[in-house]
Each structure stands twice: as C-alpha cells, then as structure tokens.
Design a protein around this ligand. Structure first.
Ligand code: C5P
Length: 397
C-alpha cells in the first residue's frame, strides 16, 4: 500500500514518542521507507538506537552535522520524502511550526520542505485546550498541515481528555489517505452530513438529534480511498474530517444550494438528517413572550435534496446513495423510499431510541439496491463507513 513511498518522520519530545517505535514498524510493514529525525527532547523518551534499528536507517538529530550537510543537506532531506510526518507534535513543536522557527534540525526541515506535512499532536489536555495551542493549530491547518488526532483518553500525567496521540494504526491510515493512490483517486464525491437548523427567529430553531458521526466517518473513509470529497455539513457535534473540502451550512435550503454548487460529481452520498419542514416566515427579530398567548408556527416543505439530485436529467452523479432513518418497518419503508426518490442505494437503519444508534457510536444498517436488501451486522460507525466506501469504490471503477 505504501511501497515506494518515503515518510520523513519527525519525532517530538513527549511521552507519546514511545508509540513511534510501533508507528515505524507499521509504516514499514506496509512498504514505506522511513527516515527518522529526532528533536533533542525526543532523545529523552526514546533512544536513537532503537529508532534507527526499527527504521533500518540513520537517525538525523543535529542541524549542524557537517558530515550530513556534505552527504545530504537538510533541504534535500525534507524534499525527497512523499510526506513529512510529525509525531508526536508537542505544544512546543506546534508553536515553532506555526511561527516559522528554524532553531534545530526538525524545525529547519519543516520550514524548508515543499512536501505535504501531517502532524499527530500529543500533549496534556490543558496545553491542548490552551488558546495559544488552538491558535497555532488554526494557523497550521490554514498552512495546509493535515492533523490526525489527538484522541480523548487517560493521559500519562493522570488527567483525562483530548491530548492523547492518535494510535499508530490511525496515523498509518491517515498517511495512506495522504500519499497512496487509492481506488477512488480522481473521483469527486459529495457527502452531506449532520442535522439542519431551521430558524424560528434569530435565537430559536428546529433541529434533530443527528450528531453527524456517520456522515463524517463516510467522508473520511472515502478520502482514505483517495476520493476528492466535498463535505457539506450542517451544525454537527463531531468535527469534520481532515483532507476534505468542508462547506458548513445551517438550513436545508443552504445545504441544497451547496450540493448543487459542488456538482458535477462522480457520486453523492446523502447522510444528512435534513429537516423536512421549515418555518414559514421565520421572524427577523426575537419573538416576544406575551402572557397568555402562544405563538403559532406554520410550516412548509424543504427541498428534498436527495430526490432532486437523483432525478436530475442532466449531470446526475453516476451513483446516488441516500439514507433512511426509520423507526418502523425499516426495510419496507426504505425500499419504498428508494423508489420514490430515485436514488441507486438506500442505507437504512432503525433509529428507535432503544437501539441507541442516533447519536451513538454504532450502527446496524441494511443496504438496499436493485439487487435487494442486504443486512449488515451491527458495527462501529467507522466500520460501516469503511465498508460502504469500499462498495462505492467497486461501483465506480
Ligand atoms: O425523506 P427522508 O428524510 O426520510 O429521506 C432521507 C434521505 O433523504 C437521506 O438520505 C437524507 O439525507 C435525504 N434528504 C434530503 N433532503 C431532504 C430530506 C431528506 O436530501 N429535504
């Protein structure tokens, strides 16, 4: 999967540096060559000897090593790689990267490179949440640095929260998505996700319980297979995935306009829980409470984005996938929905409160296509997404 690819791995000085030993192994198992670079602080956590033994290559540690400068200058070192991966990216390293410091080998390489950069942050939860780190993160994202993690969890310092470095296999998946030519390379896919908010007045709105988790996982899985993904998302609880074009929207009408603006595409996946109705004549000013009087809201239908796109006479994506969140007669209702809307596949699920699927981390879906209904076992939303993305890849080749 990564054969012929070279990763320049910059190891920062944090306790998570120990995970880099496993990360190197996993990258190499998939065929990547790994050139390791360690900051001085990284040497306090792992030894250059173990890093170079696993990488099977020399470790670069010091900017002013004249032998290396003669052998291969730091600029070339950063440029022969397909990806520069910073793991763990400590708060200090992120601050230096965001501000363009070139004070040691690692930061000089990062400033000199014209190769895509990915980082896996790892630090204490308070340091991660500190406005300075969040500012640096925003700057780095703006500079095009891809970010994997951090995850929530117990930390070496005894606290709990976001700050744990992503696991080596998650980082490897992100690396594959960034550098490998996947089966969906060259394919453009529009994904809708999340709920919509339909305003009543400037402070009140009608919403639903969609967290956006399934749509986000699908966008990430399609991206990991190499697709160019336009991710049109309502106000979701989960953050959008890296490496996709994010189009944030609020209402169904905005989502519709954003989807049409993103076409043409090879496929479209409509995972959003779009509000069926909007309030007629939403007020521009806050509706005042008046003793003894209740406001009357009337509704009109929102555009049905899935049906519109499925029935486009010109420029219809080759594959249109809809979702059907049902509480009764899931397969029968979803099969009828597929006919009515005109999409190719419907991914149906039972969202009765007892299933815990709406807002939860698992999903049990039935995929309905012209070859019938296929029930998939209950699994994590990420696993559903990967399986669906693989099926989309099969359908598009
Ligand atoms: O009609 P229902 O809301 O049950 O259909 C669900 C499917 O239709 C989902 O794929 C959803 O994203 C899509 N949809 C849409 N626009 C709407 C309503 C639903 O795209 N206004």
């Amino acid at each position: 999967m990564l054969s012929g690819k070279r990763v320049l791995l910059i190891i920062g000085g944090g306790i998570a540096a120990y995970k880099c030993l496993d990360l190197i192994r996993r990258l190499k198992e998939r065929g990547a060559a790994v050139t390791p670079v360690m900051t001085r602080a990284a040497g306090e956590f792992v030894t250059p000897l173990s890093v170079s033994a696993l990488a099977g290559e020399k470790v670069y540690t010091d900017l002013f090593d004249l032998t290396d400068e003669a052998e291969m200058g730091h600029i070339q070192l950063s440029r022969v790689a397909d990806l520069v991966l910073v793991a763990p990216a400590t708060a200090d390293l992120m601050a230096k990267m965001a501000n363009g410091f070139a004070s040691d080998m690692a930061t000089t390489l990062l400033l000199a490179t014209d190769t895509p950069v990915m980082m896996a942050p790892a630090m204490n939860v308070r340091m991660w949440e500190h406005p300075a780190t969040q500012r640096n993160l925003a700057v780095l994202r703006g500079d095009g640095v891809a970010v994997v993690g951090p995850n929530d969890g117990d930390m070496a310092c005894g606290e709990f929260g976001p700050g744990r470095m992503a696991e080596p296999l998650e980082i490897v998946d992100a690396v594959i998505g960034a550098v490998a030519a996947g089966p969906l390379s060259g394919k453009r896919i529009v994904v809708t996700s999340g709920p919509t908010h339909e305003p009543i007045d400037p402070v009140r709105y009608i919403a639903n319980r969609s967290s956006g988790a399934q749509g986000t996982a699908i966008a990430a899985a399609l991206r990991a297979l190499g697709a160019e993904v336009v991710f049109v998302t309502g106000p979701a609880e989960v953050s959008p995935p890296d490496g996709v074009e994010v189009v944030p929207v609020e209402t169904a009408q905005q989502m519709r306009d954003a989807v049409h603006a993103a076409l043409p595409a090879d496929a479209a996946v409509f995972a959003a829980a779009v509000a069926d109705w909007k309030v007629v004549g939403a007020s521009d000013s806050k509706i005042k409470k008046q003793a003894g009087q209740l406001p009357t809201l009337s509704f009109e239908e929102n555009p049905d984005i899935l049906a519109e796109v499925s029935q486009m006479a010109d420029g219809r994506p080759g594959l249109v996938v809809g979702f059907a969140a049902e509480t009764d007669d899931v397969v029968a209702n979803a099969t009828a929905k597929r006919q009515r809307k005109g999409c190719d596949w419907i991914v149906a699920n039972d969202v009765s409160p007892a299933t815990g699927i709406m807002g939860g981390s698992e999903n049990a879906v039935t995929v309905i296509s012209d070859s019938g209904a296929e029930g998939w076992p209950r699994m994590g939303k990420d696993a559903v997404a990967r399986q669906l993305a693989a099926r989309i890849a099969d359908a598009l080749v």
